[in-house]
Design a protein around this ligand. Structure first.
Ligand SMILES: Cc1ncc(COP(=O)(O)O)c(C=O)c1O
Length: 396
């Protein structure tokens, strides 16, 4: 007879709030079971292929037996040097490839591990809300607490530092920010970054900037790096990703840049849990960094084109969206009479179009929903047609 086992997962895992994306998957499965053809604009997964020079570099790298063993923990020297040159070219910042860069198995992994490396049970980290889930979940997994600062449209979705109580600022360990922002598409200014650097220095807080959307920018806009602010290296670390910039979400590679101490700490925790990014993927990343600008530019150009006709389409349906400068997302208000989940479920049932409820990004976002521009143009046009036919319109 088989013994029935009953081994409870850790309390820290059980304490995590439900992941709304899992519930969305259930909705989608049920709708598909009914035979519905869904246009999925829910997740932020790029729909375009990884550019050919990157794929080619990976294929070549795969043939080299030297790349079949464990990779170097920090990342290949040639990759770290390439990253430093890329940062110099993009942001005019000077980063030491030997001591100030750590490659990652994607920015998400690095962000979660940074929280784990610096947070003891009961410690407080600050996260603006709405937020990309791992920015809070990393802290919760470390049994820390998160203080959420509400982001408001009237304040361009930048956190109002005056809303943070003095005792929270005194106690806080890490301040996470993410601009260009997922989900709001808001962007950072250099002036605001300076205020944030001063604030974190005053309160001895590690400033963690998540710049995963650094290359998904439009109309000539360039986002600032925190390291453009003088003295930021004393307190900051910044995370970058290849996922969106080069359509490499499934390859799993990103990197962290910053203060030698923070990079060392991140390295220390990673050496205990992983072996770093596959050498083959690292070679692909080197090819990405060296790729012709004209190929790189296709990625944001596609989202920019989609942004234009989707904003126009939503505005015809009653919304009042302004042009975004970055990211592959639109952040829209939920019409009167709905919360974000009932609204997205209604749209799914009536039109077969999947959006993400704002509540998935935090408690302050239940009156918004997110649209990801991650389907071919013709499917996005079809989504707009379906919304119009189903009378999905905005009313205050
Ligand atoms: C704000 C933000 N940071 C980080 C990530 C994860 O990046 P990666 O794929 O490099 O783990 C995402 C992915 O959607 C994101 O939206």
């Amino acid at each position: 007879m088989q013994t029935k086992i009953n081994i409870k997962p850790s309390q820290r895992l059980l304490n995590l709030p439900k992941y709304i994306f899992a519930e969305l998957d259930d909705w989608k499965e049920q709708a598909r079971a009914k035979g519905m053809d869904l246009i999925d604009l829910g997740i932020g997964n790029p729909d375009q292929c990884t550019p050919e020079p990157i794929v080619k570099a990976a294929v070549e790298s795969l043939k080299n037996p030297k790349n079949h063993g464990y990779p170097d923990f920090k990342g290949k020297e040639i990759l770290r040097e390439g990253i430093a040159q890329w940062l110099e070219k993009k942001f005019r910042i000077s980063i030491n490839p030997k001591t100030e860069i750590q490659t990652l198995i994607g920015a998400k992994e690095g962000l979660a591990h940074l929280a784990l490396a610096y947070t003891d049970p009961g410690d407080i980290n600050i996260v603006p809300d709405p937020y990309y889930p791992v920015l809070s979940r990393g802290t919760w997994i470390a049994s820390g607490e998160v203080y959420h600062v509400k982001l408001e449209e009237e304040k361009n979705f930048l956190p109002d530092l005056n809303l943070i109580p003095e005792e929270i600022a005194q106690k806080a360990k890490i301040f996470f920010v993410n601009y260009p922002n997922n989900p709001t598409a808001a962007v950072m200014t250099r002036e605001y970054f300076k205020q944030l650097v001063d604030y974190c220095k005053k309160y001895n807080i590690l400033l963690c900037s998540d710049l995963a959307y650094s290359e998904i920018t439009f109309d000539g806009y360039r986002p600032p790096s925190v390291f453009e602010i003088e003295g930021a290296k004393d307190i900051a670390i910044e995370f970058y990703s290849f996922s969106k910039s080069y359509n490499m979400a499934g390859w799993r590679i990103g990197f962290a840049v910053g203060n030698e101490e923070f990079i060392k700490t991140l390295y220390a925790i990673k050496t205990n849990v992983d072996y770093g990014t596959s050498s083959i993927i690292q070679d692909a990343a080197i090819a990405a960094l060296n790729m012709d600008e004209s190929i790189c530019a296709n990625v944001p150009a596609t989202y920019q084109r989609r942004r234009d006709f989707m904003i126009e389409g939503f505005n015809k349906l009653g919304w009042n969206l302004k042009k975004t400068s970055a990211t592959m997302y639109l952040w829209l208000k939920v019409p009167k009479g709905y919360d974000s989940k009932t609204w997205c479920k209604t749209v799914l049932d009536k039109a077969g179009v999947v959006f993400t409820p704002g509540i998935a990004f935090g408690k302050y976002s239940d009156n918004y929903f997110r649209v990801s521009l991650v389907a071919p143009d013709e499917r996005l046009h079809e989504a707009l047609d379906r919304l119009e036919k189903a009378n999905i319109v905005y009313s205050e």
